[in-house]
Write a protein that binds this ligand. Structure first.
Ligand code: PMP
Length: 356
């Protein structure tokens, strides 16, 4: 058995991979899901079911639009300000790690930005207390990154603010219950908990939408996606087909509440093991530790290479940490079964006993 701890593209549920294998050569009348037209009745069924399941799983209110957009979450860093703010407006960005920093840099071309808090001088190990944030009634919206995939930090709850909340939930959407109605925009790329890479889900309160900024290309204008039901151009149909299967899998597993409980248990197990060990270390402030991405360091970084080689021999794949943080990172998305975490802890324990 192989367990994939990669941060994205990430592990898919085994049941979904098996179903893709079975349907791959003949899904509809002898056609593969790779070959089907995005205008066909069969594909329309896929897009409608995917949206319906997503709405039901996340309890998305009726006044919210659900869009499927290409360009990854990174495209949203620009699309958000282009569509909900004017060029002279002000927005607040919470800098809590590498992804929020990039979101801020990209967005600053399209809106004036105040950094309302930053953890850059504390190596992104914690999130500044909200009472110290610089917020101002002029802010058109407040952007936060719910889960910092690289740094391994996660908000315990959305920030409290009167401004419209915009959240990058790339690595946490569908992993826990969320209150959509507290947000103006939520976006998440597909390659973590939603499917393979290729589509980004955007959930947006229709009432905060503005006319896109002058010069916005058609493909960066949310109205294009609303008006065409996200078929403004040819979408990655195979990815959409897989997203539909993943959403059906979550429904079959019992929904978000069941998934969230499982995720909490998996993360707790791994953090407990790391905290009890003298050999492994996670430095993130415990109240903001990510349940999805668990970075950890070995007592002796010279052993990193051997650790990764031996882990792969045990079927524990893609544990290398991001190059900017170093060490290891175990991503525990929805598709990772608890047995995968048990295997990892077993291996880490053996490794520490032999080399510690
Ligand atoms: N935000 C977060 C939190 C991410 O984890 C990622 C990708 N790892 C991105 C944005 C960028 O996503 P994409 O590569 O799809 O543009």
């Amino acid at each position: 058995m192989v367990y994939n701890f990669g941060a994205g593209p990430a592990m898919l549920p085994a049941a979904v991979v098996e179903r893709i294998r079975d349907e791959f050569p003949d899904w509809q009348n002898g056609l593969s899901p790779l070959e089907i037209s995005h205008r066909s009745a069969a594909f329309t069924e896929v897009t409608e079911r995917a949206e319906e399941n997503l709405r039901q799983l996340l309890q998305i209110p009726k006044n919210y639009q659900v869009l499927f957009v290409q360009g990854g979450s990174r495209a949203q860093f620009s699309m958000v300000p282009m569509n909900i703010a004017g060029q002279t407006d002000r927005a607040a960005y919470a800098i809590t790690g590498i992804w929020s920093q990039i979101a801020y840099e990209d967005a600053s071309q399209f809106v004036n930005i105040d950094i309302c808090c930053s953890n850059a001088d504390s190596e992104a190990l914690s999130i500044p207390n909200e009472k110290t944030w610089y917020l101002n009634p002029e802010h058109n919206y407040l952007h936060y990154t719910d889960n910092e995939t690289i740094n391994g930090l996660e908000f315990a709850r959305p920030p409290k603010t009167k401004a419209t909340l915009v959240s990058d939930m790339s690595s946490s959407l569908l992993s826990k219950k969320i209150d959509v109605a507290k947000h103006g925009v939520i976006y998440a790329c597909s390659q973590k908990n939603i499917g393979p890479a290729g589509l980004t889900i955007v959930i947006i309160d229709q009432s905060i939408l503005k006319k896109a900024q002058p010069g916005t290309p058609l493909l960066y204008d949310y109205h294009s996606y609303i008006d065409s039901r996200s078929l403004i151009n040819t979408p990655p149909t195979f990815i959409w087909y897989i997203i539909d299967l993943v959403l059906q899998w979550i429904v079959d597993e019992g929904g978000i509440a069941v998934i969230e409980k499982r995720n909490n248990k998996k993360a707790q197990k791994l953090y407990n093991f790391i905290d009890r060990s003298d050999f492994y270390n996670n430095r993130i402030d415990p109240q903001y530790r990510s349940r999805m991405n668990v970075p950890f360091q070995l007592a002796d970084p010279q052993l990193d290479k051997t650790f990764l080689e031996l882990a792969e021999k045990r079927g524990l794949m893609q544990l290398k940490g991001h190059r900017t943080v170093g060490g290891m990172r175990a991503s525990l998305y929805n598709a990772m079964p608890e047995e995968g975490v048990d295997e990892l802890i077993g291996f880490m324990s053996d490794f520490a006993a032999e080399r510690g």
